[in-house]
Ligand binder design. Structure first.
Ligand code: 8YV
Length: 315
């Protein structure tokens, strides 16, 4: 039997590519000089898309693939996949939840510590000779014992909160409803009130049209000149223009961000700021987790083509 044909929207590590190419005829959109021509050439035979969280699959792409049956997302977030277009055609969608939760939470905590203790500047202080020439590094702010807010107590938010407990922090969270597993944390429904409570506000909710700019100008103002915003979710959850303004004029203390509008080409205003820690969307970027994510993508595709139940279906 001929191998099913799949379209890859972005690169995966070699260890995944080798496996995928062993099972499928793989068309690499990201390598095509003329992506439209590639799609036109194979539109009638592509049955699956293997995509990445930030790339997803647009309604326009889905429409051009009449034989498309399944979209497998390498990532937990499927906000960039047009689910309405998939539902209308009965196209299945899978993602990679759970396997990345702990690594994403770890990076969120690392970003808080790194930024609050000024570790990037401290390294420069040593390497550029400032320590020897100027003396002691300026004092930074403590993390332990302070107040944290977790916006979105899903799998990742829960793991962030679990880690924050180790720092004896006073933790509150916000979500659509009070969570039974939110024990020991205050439930504060309103994001502005949550930001008022918090010194460190973690954004850990799944992005959707409803959560767009949930971290609004008012939330940022409530976090205040001593507060830190940490985003390990999606850029769309934050009003980025309001964030930049607040960072520039100091009405927000600082930010630690793994995600950006238009990434990887971020707004150059971020690059001029001293009070922001920028990371290249790599919260799930460990060898162990990326191997597990790749396997889950492949297992979902294999299940689909074997007519078996999908392991981690979105729809
Ligand atoms: C990945 C992600 O970096 O899980 C997600 O939704 O955005 C990240 O884990 C990304 O999907 C890999 O391309």
């Amino acid at each position: 039997m001929s191998r099913p044909e799949i379209l890859m929207t972005g690169p995966y590590p070699d260890w995944d590519l080798v496996e995928l190419e062993g099972r499928y005829i793989v068309h690499k959109l990201y390598e095509a000089e003329d992506s439209d021509a590639l799609i036109d050439r194979h539109a009638e035979s592509i049955r699956a898309i293997a995509t990445r969280g930030e790339l997803g699959a647009s309604a326009a792409l889905i429409e051009r693939l009449p034989k498309l049956e399944v979209i497998s997302v390498y990532g937990v977030g499927y906000d960039a996949v047009d689910l309405a277009a998939c539902r209308a055609r009965g196209i299945r969608v899978t993602n990679t939840p759970d396997v990345l939760t702990n690594d994403v939470a770890d990076l969120g905590i690392a970003m808080m510590l790194c930024q609050s203790r000024g570790m990037i500047g401290a390294e420069t202080w040593v390497k550029d000779g400032s320590w020897e020439a100027k003396g002691l590094y300026p004092l930074k702010r403590r993390v332990w014992g302070r107040k944290a807010g977790v916006l979105g107590l899903g799998r990742i938010g829960f793991e962030v909160a679990k880690r924050l407990r180790g720092f004896d922090m006073d933790i509150a969270y916000s979500d659509v409803a009070d969570k039974p597993y939110g024990e020991g944390m205050a439930f504060i429904a309103d994001p502005v009130a949550l930001a008022c409570h918090a010194d460190f506000l973690f954004v850990t909710l799944a992005a959707s049209a409803e959560t767009r700019h949930i971290v609004s100008k008012d939330v940022i103002a409530a976090l205040g000149s001593d507060g830190m915003l940490i985003n390990i979710s999606r850029a769309s959850n934050i009003d980025e223009e309001a964030l930049l303004e607040a960072l520039e004029n100091g009405t927000l203390g600082s930010a630690a961000l793994d995600v950006f509008e238009g990434e990887p080409k971020l707004n150059p205003r971020f690059l001029k700021l001293d009070n922001v820690l920028v990371q290249p969307h790599h919260a799930s970027g460990t060898v162990e987790t990326r191997k597990a994510m790749g396997k889950l993508v492949r297992d979902n595709l294999a299940a689909h083509f074997a007519g078996a139940a999908l392991l981690t279906p979105v729809i």
